[in-house]
Design a protein around this ligand. Structure first.
Ligand code: PMV
Length: 401
């Protein structure tokens, strides 16, 4: 038996991927750029075993056996095996391409809650398959065939997914563009307004947008191209203030395009808008003080949860304010409400306190995750495996958990 267990991170786009030019190959209409997040708070874990004794391919997700019929999982599996078959093998190694595979995956955060779980999940699957079959080289174009945004989780730091020009999609790949500490001590705050499944999935939403939104044509032909150039320049110059403005503008444009879709795809809710308005007001104060490097920015995926990027120098101040604006419900304690890194409560000046209005109520946010920017997928040591080394069956299932 050959086995490996890997983890892969979530990524959050600052220039969004929304809309495909090829549904089957998952080729996007525009380039996108993302931050890969630390795996300490959120990651997918996947164990892959192959053995001549397995009688069929099997797949478990979060402790439950699932069908391996899913065409996206099949495409990833086929492509990794195809690449493996092209390698030169020594002796009996060649046999293992015909062995069946057992795959066991788990996320340590809510699946399909707009928390980029599919990106981490597919990146992890493809990375682990690549390890088990000894495939070398770039795997982002394989992960892309699982879930578009997954291709960016193959690398750490700031990553750009190039849409590519070729019809077969071979040049639609992700590449790292800056290291995880490019903007030093950056904090990532995820405000979970709803941890349930989203109403319109991204595949359906994107399709509808491409078919019906005129604003989308303007985005693809003009505005996103200008923004991509501008944000690359901001990254190169380490111009945090411009980076923030461009990130927020792109999120707003994605959600405007979703609203312009017919029937509309509505992902942000009142809580999302309250978080976004708090960030703008906070930034107004920072700008009036000339403290441009202390600005905060938000971005929203296909869900109501805000993802905020906050410079480490102001994290205590900003979190104090955020927790005043969005306190936990009466039944929740602070340790359960804020997960991940801890912050210190600070005295905040009247200027900031006046930002808090009546709209902010306890319990509007379900919980908050405080994490950082991080590195790409990792291989774990054998002791951490999810599949039993003898039988190749999951160590924990929903029945035994
Ligand atoms: O990879 P998908 O189909 O889950 O697409 C997700 C797209 C967004 O998260 C909304 C934006 C992005 O670029 O990640």
């Amino acid at each position: 038996m050959r086995s490996v267990t890997c983890t892969a991170p979530v990524n959050i786009a600052v220039i969004k991927y929304w809309g495909k030019r090829d549904e089957k190959l998952i080729l996007p209409l525009n380039d996108s750029i993302s931050f890969t997040l630390s795996q300490d708070q959120m990651c997918a874990t996947t164990a892959v075993s192959i053995s001549p004794t397995f009688t069929e391919d099997k797949f478990w997700l979060n402790g439950k056996e699932e069908s391996l019929e899913n065409p996206r999982v099949q495409n990833c599996l086929k492509e990794v095996r195809r690449r493996a078959s092209k390698r030169k093998f020594e002796g009996s190694d060649e046999d293992f391409l015909s062995w069946h595979v057992h795959i066991c995956s788990a996320n340590n955060f809510p699946t399909a809650a707009g928390l980029a779980s599919s990106a981490a999940g597919y990146a992890c699957l493809v990375f682990a398959l690549g390890q088990v079959y000894g495939v070398e080289g770039d795997l982002s174009s394989v992960a892309r065939q699982g879930s578009g945004s997954a291709c960016r989780s193959i690398y750490g730091g700031l990553v750009r997914w190039h849409k590519g020009e070729l019809e077969d999609g071979t040049d639609s790949v992700a590449r790292p563009i800056a290291s995880a500490d490019h903007f030093p001590d950056l904090r990532v705050i995820i405000c979970v307004a709803n941890a349930g499944r989203k109403k319109v999935g991204s595949t359906e939403g994107m399709k509808r947008t491409v078919q019906t939104s005129r604003l989308m044509q303007h985005r693809v032909k003009e505005s996103v191209l200008l923004r991509l150039d501008a944000i690359m320049e901001a990254i190169k110059e380490k111009d945090w203030s411009s980076f923030c403005d461009l990130t927020m503008a792109d999120s707003n444009e994605m959600h405007a395009v979703c609203q312009d879709t017919f029937p509309p795809c509505v992902y942000m809710n009142d809580t999302s808008h309250s978080v976004s308005s708090l960030v703008h007001q906070y930034n107004d104060i920072k700008e009036s003080q000339g403290s441009f490097s202390q600005k905060v920015c938000y971005t929203f995926d296909a869900g109501p949860n805000a993802c905020l990027f906050v410079p480490g120098v102001v994290i205590d101040e900003f979190m104090t304010l955020l927790l005043r604006a969005f306190p936990p419900s009466a039944s929740q304690n602070m340790n359960d409400y804020v997960r991940g890194h801890q912050t210190q409560t600070m005295p905040v000046s009247q200027a900031y306190l006046s930002l808090l209005d009546d709209e902010c109520q306890a319990g509007q946010l379900k919980f908050i995750v405080h994490t950082k920017v991080g590195e790409g997928p990792r291989v774990l040591d054998d002791s951490a495996t999810l599949l039993d080394a003898e039988t190749g069956m999951p160590k924990v299932t929903n029945d035994s958990a």
